[in-house]
Write a protein of this length. Structure first.
Length: 947
């Protein structure tokens, strides 16, 4: 028995350490012959990126410690080194047969990147990826086969892993760990390295020299802090990651707990199906193989033959194979080696064999598998090995030869730092219990007794990590044989943990939205019971948000949570489809003192439709658990998740309507928030973006670097903005309570609301046409021109009281109450002329300004800066009487208001907004100069700089 303490893993944390036990399994043997590369972009195709190497025969014996099997190749095309990213001058390079790592001779000794064949064994904490839809990623490279991504490829929505669809099954489950899940929870946070695809201008943090490349997959970048280094330099950095520039904004993974079983990653991160579709047949979901039926087998060159290679029974059953091209004739060993390499298996080929499969399969794949599993060798099957076959492409299945004993690595699940394991020999007598008994003394835990521990099998698939507890009597050798029989790749992605046998109490928080508002806890309980048959003994209604028509269910059983989640999303109540979201718990007590995390809301429907890309960028830059899509349940799920945090900030990505939506939700939730007044920043995605403009966030987002946006949010200053309450009391609706809406920008009655209404109706009818801010403004102009000659005489249809005093209205078509100096996308309705009748307007003075417009022509003039509105009044309390049904808009959201009263007053508290700090002046100015430039709103206090 050999007990080896393992090393820190490279993938998923820590620095690469060649030669350590964890990174030096018995792989990457030398002395093998090489077959020609197979076709297609799959990892089995063998050739290095852009190299087109010819066989040179010589083999480099080093770097086997990292699983590579390097050999010297002749270069026929310009080729770059994957270690130093420089051009390889001369005719020879060193290429790893399994992962396509290409290197200079001088660099090959310094290679620290492990081969994909051993990468799964180096993952610190297995975390599945979350692949989005196929997309074109120009000048990016596959993280598995290292080749360029010319055709549509996949990218993880949470980390920067890019892969060919065919390479997905070979990707490690080494995504960012964004929450605690009760399995391997760490408090110390380490860098999470991702290799390659760095911008070409990237500079190494250690040596300050260029470390990015657009030619090859090289260099490393930490997925959390963004630090970029040469692979060779990475060991000079401390393993601990402090989240870099965004450290005060990131919600630390140690503060988030989410127990999940088979919820998928997109479900856990609330990524819509459209953004993260189910893998299609060609995407080779886990357990499948990268090629499959329907894939053309290219005609081999005359001196080569193409073979279909299946990895175990599962591949045969699913009829999924890889095509490998070998010389004609080829020796059996040559074919076997090429087949193993195609599946990234660099173990000793003597432990494997190829079994012939009848091709094409006659009676279904399962039948074909049954035949192949007869245990006979290809020679016995047809009397001839691969060498002799010459007809149509042949099919072979790779099998592991039976083993009478095996060496098994057992990882202690409780270790918080690094990947460490002990290796033990398992024989036909070994059971899960005997393995636990054997490893405990090696790990110093024998005193606790084997009954406190269990053996867990973890399948580290790239899309899902599956955990299974082995039964105590389970014969371990049989289990290993079964896994290999199913798939050899699956075996290389399977890890065994000895774990404390703690009764994990399942607890899943399920948010259910879209329910009728205004019900009691009991009423929501009965309604859900009726709609989805909730099991009372497993489900508790932990929170009721009656006014929003939403509840949070606490479910004490994973299967029940999964059932409810699926069912709720398929259920309509009162004709409205319900929303279901899995929500994490935020462990507020673990929030570091210098951290004030950002809660991000994105409205993908706003103005220029830039929200989808931003969602993706923010999920990568921050913790995806802090990013919420507003079309998926509104602001409430995010506010519920952050409710216990003692401090946080909010970023609203959307237009004025969206900002108002979030501010209203914040106001409603205020008493349930541990941080009742979080400051709110704006990323202006809308059409008008008036509040965003006055708070210096700009007229509209047009693709600026999302990292720079977040840095600006972190550096912004808090200011106060008045918040107005509008009570709408319709005369006809005597029995209904008055409606209340909140306002921070403006409230328009008459013509501007009418244009707004026309615009929104047009957008509802054909949302696909409203794809740019410019187009949207064009629609305002079109609807404006259509109403150019409209003259209903609004002043005759309404009455206005300011502070209880009747005010006579001039002849107008629109009456507008303004709180900020921007309306209709940046127009200044009040104007800058001083006026002895009124105070100078401010957005925090508790006063609103009232102006009139005479029609569309007048509004156009205001837009053109040629005129301002007709100044009518300034005050803090207004009463408007509508004699007829009239269009009304609040912060750009319009409706037709029935005749009755509108009371506008500042009953609520002011809101804390974040105003973008002014760009630092080019020339050094004095602090006094800088203060003189400040706008009208007072700062709440200089925001503490956290960095
Ligand atoms: C002189 C003829 C001018 C014809 C112009 C026709 C129509 C548009 C005129 C004015 C539109 C003004 C206001 C918008 C209306 C309602 C919105 C009110 C609520 C609100 O502000 O909502 C915002 C929330 O974010 C969203 O609103 C917008 O984004 C509005 C965008 C409006 C863009 C209109 C651009 C029009 C440019 C016209 C410039 C004409 C200048 C020349 C004038 C010469 C006159 C002789
Ligand atoms: N309070 C709200 N409640 C529900 N949905 C809203 C609310 N406000 C906005 N929306 C939705 O978001 C969409 C986009 O609104 P938003 O105001 O963000 O963008 P916009 O109208 O393009 O920009 P702007 O308001 O700056 O002109 C609206 O069409 C609406 O579907």
């Amino acid at each position: 028995m050999a007990a080896e303490s393992g090393a820190r893993a490279w993938l998923g944390g820590g620095s690469p350490r060649a030669g350590s036990p964890a990174s030096s399994p018995d792989l990457g043997r030398g002395g093998r012959a090489r077959s020609e590369p197979g076709p297609g972009p799959g990892p089995g195709s063998g050739a290095g990126p852009g190299s087109g190497p010819e066989r040179a025969g010589a083999r480099w014996p080093g770097a086997a410690a990292l699983g590579h099997s390097f050999r010297k190749v002749m270069l026929t095309k310009p080729t770059f080194c994957h270690l130093c990213s420089d051009f390889i001058w001369g005719l020879a390079g060193f290429l790893c047969d399994a992962c396509n790592f290409m290197s200079h001779e001088k660099c090959v000794r310094q290679v620290k990147t492990p081969c994909t064949s051993v990468a799964p064994s180096l993952v610190r904490v297995p975390v599945a990826h979350c692949f989005g839809p196929r997309g074109l990623y120009k000048r990016k490279f596959c993280g598995v086969c290292r080749r360029s991504l010319e055709a549509p490829a996949l990218r993880c929505e949470v980390c920067e892993l890019h892969v060919h669809p065919a390479c997905v099954p070979f990707a490690c489950s080494d995504c960012r760990q964004c929450h605690r899940d009760g399995h391997r929870d760490h408090d110390m946070h380490q860098h999470h390295w991702r290799e390659g695809n760095l911008p070409s201008a990237a500079r190494c943090e250690v040596c300050r020299k260029a470390c990015g490349s657009s030619e090859v997959l090289s260099g490393l970048r930490c997925e959390w802090c963004g630090v970029q280094v040469h692979t060779a330099c990475s060991s000079a950095l401390a393993p601990e990651c402090t989240f870099g520039q965004l450290r005060s904004l990131v919600l630390p993974p140690a503060c988030v707990r989410l127990l999940s079983r088979s919820f998928s990653k997109p479900q856990l991160f609330r990524i819509s199906e459209r953004a993260c579709p189910e893998p299609d047949a060609g995407d080779s979901e886990d357990g499948g193989d990268p090629a499959g039926p329907g894939r053309e087998v290219p005609a081999p060159e005359s001196n080569k033959q193409a073979l279909r290679i299946f990895d175990g029974s599962d591949a045969v059953h699913r009829n999924r194979f890889l095509v490998v091209s070998v010389p004609r004739p080829a020796r059996s060993e040559e074919v076997l080696e090429a087949a193993l390499r195609a599946y990234h298996l660099t173990e000793d080929p003597r432990g494997f064999e190829l079994q012939a499969l009848p091709w094409p399969p006659q009676a279904g794949c399962a039948g074909a598998a049954g035949k192949a599993e007869s245990g006979r060798t290809p020679e016995e099957e047809g009397g001839r090995g691969p060498r002799a076959r010459e007809a149509a492409p042949e099919a072979w299945v790779i099998r592991a030869l039976p083993r009478t004993q095996d060496v098994l690595k057992i990882y202690p699940a409780w270790l918080k730092v690094g990947v460490a394991y002990v290796s033990i020999r398992v024989t036909p007598e070994s059971s899960a219990r005997s393995v636990v008994q054997e490893v405990l003394p090696l790990l110093g835990r024998q005193a606790e007794g084997p009954e406190s521990f269990q053996l867990e099998e973890v399948l580290m698939g790239s899309r899902q990590v599956q955990r299974t507890v082995l039964a105590e009597e389970e014969p371990v050798l049989d289990r290993l044989r079964d896994i290999r029989q199913t798939s050899l790749r699956q075996m290389s992605q399977t890890r065994f943990y000895v774990a404390e046998r703690k009764a994990e109490v399942p607890r899943v928080s399920l948010f259910v939205g879209g329910l009728p508002p205004g019900l009691s806890l009991q009423e929501y309980g009965s309604l859900l019971d009726e709609a989805v048959a909730t099991k009372a003994e497993l489900v508790t209604l932990s929170h009721v948000y009656s006014s929003q028509g939403a509840v949070v269910l606490e479910v004490a059983c994973f299967a029940e949570a999964e059932r409810l989640y699926m069912l709720v999303r398929d259920t309509a109540v009162h004709g409205r489809l319900l929303t279901a979201l899995v929500l994490p718990d935020v462990l507020h007590a673990k929030l570091p003192p210098d951290c004030c995390p950002l809660l991000v809301f994105v409205n993908p429907k706003s103005g220029g439709l830039k929200g989808r890309d931003l969602l993706c960028s923010f999920r990568k830059l921050l913790n995806p658990h802090q990013v919420f899509e507003l079309t998926n349940g509104g602001p409430l799920p995010g506010l519920h998740v952050f409710a216990q945090l003692p401090r946080f900030r909010v970023l609203v990505c959307g237009g004025d309507g969206t900002v108002g939506w979030v501010l209203a939700a914040l106001e409603e939730m205020r008493h349930q928030l541990a941080c009742p007044e979080p400051a709110v920043a704006i990323l202006p995605l809308g059409t008008g973006n008036d509040l965003g403009r006055v708070l210096r966030w700009g007229p509209g987002y047009s693709g600026e670097d999302p990292l720079a946006v977040l840095v600006s949010v972190d550096e912004a200053d808090a200011v106060l903005v008045d918040r107005w309450t509008i009570l709408l009391d319709a005369q006809e609706a005597d029995l209904e309570p008055p409606k209340i809406v909140q306002m921070s920008n403006y409230c328009g009655i008459g013509i501007d609301a009418e244009l707004s209404l026309d615009f929104h109706q047009a957008r509802e009818e054909e949302p696909s046409k409203f794809t740019s801010r410019f187009h949207n403004k064009g629609v305002y102009v079109r609807v404006g021109l259509q109403r150019m000659s409209q003259a209903r005489g609004l002043h005759k249809e309404i009455r206005l009281q300011v502070e209880q005093q009747e005010v006579e209205l001039p002849s107008i078509e629109g009456l507008i109450f303004i709180n900020i100096p921007s309306w209709g996308s940046g127009a200044d309705l009040w104007g800058s002329d001083s006026d002895s009748r009124f105070e100078k307007p401010r957005m925090d003075d508790g006063l609103l300004e009232v102006v009139g417009v005479t029609g569309v022509m007048h509004m156009g003039q205001v837009q053109g800066g040629l005129r301002s509105g007709i100044r009518i009044a300034q005050g803090a309390y207004f009463r408007v009487t509508l004699l007829k049904a009239t269009p009304v808009q609040v912060d750009g959201e319009p409706w037709v208001q029935a005749p009755g009263h509108m009371i506008i007053s500042a009953v609520g508290p002011k809101v804390h907004m974040l105003r973008k700090a002014k760009q630092k002046p080019k020339k050094a100015g004095t602090p006094k100069d800088a203060r003189a430039e400040e706008g009208p709103a007072p700062e709440v206090g200089p925001k503490e700089r956290r960095r």
